[in-house]
Design a protein around this ligand. Structure first.
Ligand code: C2O
Ligand code: CU
Ligand code: CU
Length: 492
């Protein structure tokens, strides 16, 4: 840490631990013309692609190559040469065609995380494999009543999901509101992490880091380190925040500014909630209103204790997922508010009353047990040091683990017997959280990634509406998913 001052260390976040594990490679990136000049630039946003007349056609070419990361040229993965990839602005009822071209050395595919679309055929089919040198055309048809909100796309090829997302493959999807919320500006903030070598290549990840769920040394906002977002006092902004980190939890704060949460994932609250902090597990998204107050505020993520590995093995200390940033956390961005005050924004339009499955009859109860074991059960997957299972079994694409009748309303207990948190994600159908930490949740809360804390359980209800076919549920610590913590579900 010697060559760096404290502020740089804060910006670097996990660099200390990553360097300890991987040698000093991660730090070299910060020397020379690196970090100091990279911070402080205006926030840049990915290219915006809007659907028109109900259609959007996009080509995404996944490749390893030169791409701008943290203000420097890196050799990383990207869609069409930019990290993050373009933002897709859609509307309910749209038909979206994505031509995915695989110019990687490994198979890949595409998943539209959170969208309520068919999992079959060339729609959001998690079981497709697009081989190197080939292309595949996806077509997604959003229902006319698709919930507006913040979604995202990323690869989902089992076994390499963590590597491919960590390497730079992700982008935002916004499903626009029927009635816009009056704001001075909207921003898309894709938060991701990556570790780069001194030469700017993606750093190797150890088996131990995979077991924990890797956390990158650099925490990026739209591929930048500590970008500046400028506003005038009184302006209201809408921030669409995506946690695209492979394993890192975000506990976001923007002290000195007023934050209101419109919703998380596809779940919109009936009225915006005042919040001081927003916790996003990997895969979660926040739809946030920020009302600017004069001054300079720092968007930071505070350390999150997401449990640790078996004590005897790791000796506890920092063997867990807790990022080694100081108590002030990691700086993500600077919100600089100055100038003539803006007129007060118009009211936020009334939001629809959220659906509440608690009033419906449950057609089945199920329990999914998320477990980590000492190798015995690993089925040859993943790091080999540890098995990651759901109901005792690692993922097998040839085995359907859960069959649900189309239209069912089920209640699932998500039980975590391990010493680490697991953020549980189900494709296609969102989950209503009805009980957390043994206590009922009294207002409708809809998410598609639900954190299940270590040695704890969460109960959710799910309505298997609109679509049939096979898809998956899994831990969204993507190293755990790649190591087998995923199951196949078929609605029919
Ligand atoms: Cu964000 Cu199964 O994925
Ligand atoms: Cu998903
Ligand atoms: Cu996990």
């Amino acid at each position: 840490m010697d060559p760096m001052n404290r502020r740089t260390a804060l910006i670097l976040g996990g660099a200390g631990a990553a360097a300890a594990m991987a040698g000093a490679a991660g730090l070299l990136w910060g020397q020379g013309s690196g970090f100091q000049s990279a911070g402080g630039q205006d926030l840049s946003e990915p290219e915006a692609l809007y659907s028109a007349d109900g259609r959007l056609q996009v080509k995404l070419s996944a490749a390893l190559g030169q791409v701008l990361i943290a203000g420097r040229d890196a050799n990383a993965l990207s869609y069409n040469g930019s990290v993050p990839g373009s933002t897709l602005f859609l509307r309910p009822g749209d038909r979206v065609n994505v031509m995915l071209e695989n110019r990687l050395g490994d198979p890949t595919n595409l998943h539209v995380h959170g969208l309520h679309v068919s999992p079959q055929g060339n729609s959001d089919n998690a079981l497709v494999s697009v081989e190197p040198g080939t292309s595949f055309e996806y077509e997604y048809r959003l229902p006319a009543d698709h919930p507006p909100g913040v979604y995202w796309y990323h690869p989902h090829r089992h076994g390499s999901v963590a590597d491919q997302i960590f390497g730079g493959l992700y982008g935002a999807i916004i499903v626009q509101d029927p009635q816009p919320v009056p704001v001075s500006r909207e921003r898309v903030l894709v938060i991701s992490d990556i570790s780069l070598t001194g030469g700017g290549s993606i750093a190797a990840v150890s088996a131990m880091e995979k077991m924990m769920g890797r956390e990158g040394a650099l925490v990026l906002v739209n591929g930048q380190l500590n970008p500046v977002l400028a506003a005038r006092p009184g302006e209201r902004e809408r921030w669409r925040v995506i946690n695209a980190c492979t394993s890192r939890y975000l506990k976001l704060r923007l002290d000195g500014q007023s934050l209101q949460l419109l919703g998380l994932d596809s779940g919109r609250y009936q009225s915006p909630r005042d919040v001081e902090e927003v916790l996003l597990a990997p895969g979660n998204r926040a739809d946030l209103l920020v009302t600017a107050a004069a001054g300079t505020a720092v968007l930071r993520t505070l350390p999150v204790d997401r449990g640790s590995m078996v004590g005897s093995m790791m000796g506890g200390n920092n063997g867990g997922g807790q990022s080694p940033a100081g108590p002030d956390g990691t700086v993500l961005a600077t919100f600089a508010v100055a100038g003539a005050p803006a007129a007060a924004p118009g009211p936020v339009p009334a939001q629809p009353v959220p659906r509440d499955l608690r009033s419906l009859a449950v057609t089945a109860h199920r329990e999914l047990v998320f477990a980590m074991g000492m190798g015995m059960n690993s089925g040859g997957m993943g790091s080999g040091l540890m098995s990651f299972t759901i109901n005792g079994r690692p993922f097998d694409p040839a085995r359907v683990d859960t069959t649900v009748p189309a239209g069912a309303v089920e209640e699932w207990t998500l039980r975590n017997t391990s010493p680490m948190d697991h953020p549980v994600h189900l494709h296609v159908w969102p989950m209503q959280i009805i009980e957390q930490a043994g206590r009922p949740v009294d207002t409708p809360m809809w998410q598609d990634v639900v954190n299940v804390p270590a040695r704890s359980s969460v109960r959710v209800r799910i309505a298997f509406d609109d679509f049939t076919g096979k898809t998956v549920y899994h831990c969204h610590i993507l190293d755990h998913e790649d190591s087998g913590m995923m199951g196949l579900i078929e609605a029919r």
